[in-house]
Design a protein around this ligand. Structure first.
Ligand code: ATP
Ligand code: MG
Length: 328
């Protein structure tokens, strides 16, 4: 059975992009595959953050992932820093990764440009740690949003280079996208991102959802109600793709193209559907938040299960690279 790996950073609250672009697929895949899902706290420290908040945010993100529907009976949920093999494999991969490939990663360039004064080696190295995260479990399928596709290409390149140099150890992982692979922030400018603060949180109340959606940018070429709109270029329509059943969506798209429905009415349908999907997540989040010890136990059991696999795969990689085995 193919293994699935994916991660989410505890860099803020999970938002609609995280949910529709990635978490919805995490939930779907857990019935069919052996899945490893990770709160990637080592990735979250590559950007400015408050040390006093990190542990709390990490636990809170685990609660959010469980609330979104990840079932610890079906999938392994854990915290990255609890499995030290991730950073050890990342070091091995550092030594087969060309520097130039890291420097041309779009996400590095974006995040570095926002924080010119403090660009760390960690930020540059992020995709190598990500390759280690996935390949430590020989992950083949990686449910992510479109922003991660370039990193996945690099993961494949790293696997190829390692295998070519040291023998066949790793598979080449593939990104798995949803229909909402790139949700924009509601200003329609950049990708919705925890670190940009342009989000609608997955845990938003109906009032918060509507306050965010009402002024959201749609098809900017559409000025008056009767102007024909283009759902293909409308960010709100992208969100419909994850929350509105296909038939209703086709109806809305046709009415938009014919100038028969205004953006506010289209957003009202979306707000209702969003709330229907998110209300049970909010409720599960509320219940789980009252049981942090239970969540910690789930994470501890997850990390334990991971370490079994991680030690084995890291051992294979070390052996292939010719290291002296410990104890020899
Ligand atoms: P940060 O701004 O700190 O990088 P983020 O919002 O990009 O946070 P991540 O934790 O980096 O969230 O990503 C978690 C998952 O959500 C990844 O699979 C990523 O591809 C996906 N994702 C993030 N933003 C979007 C988006 N706007 N649309 C679709 N998928 C997204
Ligand atoms: Mg991100």
């Amino acid at each position: 059975m193919s293994r699935v790996f994916s991660g989410i950073q505890p860099s803020g609250q999970a938002h609609l992009g995280n949910y529709a672009g990635a978490l919805a697929n995490w939930v779907r895949l857990q019935d069919e595959y052996e899945c490893f899902y990770c709160v990637v706290d080592y990735h979250a420290v590559t950007q400015p953050y408050e040390a006093a908040d990190l542990a709390g945010r990490t636990l809170d993100m685990a609660v959010s992932v469980l609330a979104a529907g990840v079932d610890p009976e079906k999938a392994t949920l854990f915290v990255q820093s609890a499995v030290p093999e991730h950073t050890e494999l990342a070091w091995l991969f550092n030594c087969v990764t060309p520097l130039g490939e890291l420097e041309r990663q779009t996400q590095f360039k974006d995040k570095a440009s926002r924080n010119r004064k403090n660009i760390t080696a960690g930020l540059l190295d992020y995709p190598v740690l990500q390759a280690a995260d996935i390949l430590l479990y020989k992950g083949e399928l990686v449910p992510v949003g479109e922003d991660q596709v370039q990193h996945l290409e690099l993961s494949r390149e790293i696997a190829r280079r390692f295998n070519a140099r040291f023998g066949e150890v790793f598979p080449e992982p593939q990104a798995l996208l949803t229909g909402a692979k790139r949700i924009l922030g509601l200003d329609g400018q950049a990708k919705m991102s925890k670190s940009l603060g342009n989000t609608v949180d997955m845990l938003a109340t109906p009032e918060e959802i509507w306050d965010a959606l009402r002024p959201a940018v749609t098809d900017t070429a559409r000025v008056r109600l009767k102007d024909p709109g283009d759902p293909e270029v409308c960010n709100v329509f992208t969100i419909h793709q994850s929350f509105t059943p296909e038939e209703k969506r086709d109806e809305l798209a046709a009415a938009c193209r014919a100038g028969e429905i205004g953006c506010i009415d289209c957003k009202k349908v979306l707000a209702e559907n969003l709330d229907a999907a998110l209300a049970p997540i909010r409720e599960r989040y509320r219940q789980l938040s009252e049981k942090p010890d239970e969540v910690r136990q789930i994470l501890a059991a997850g990390a334990e299960r991971c370490r079994g696999v991680a030690r084995e795969v890291l051992g294979e990689a070390r052996e292939a690279m010719g290291f002296l085995a410990p104890g020899e």
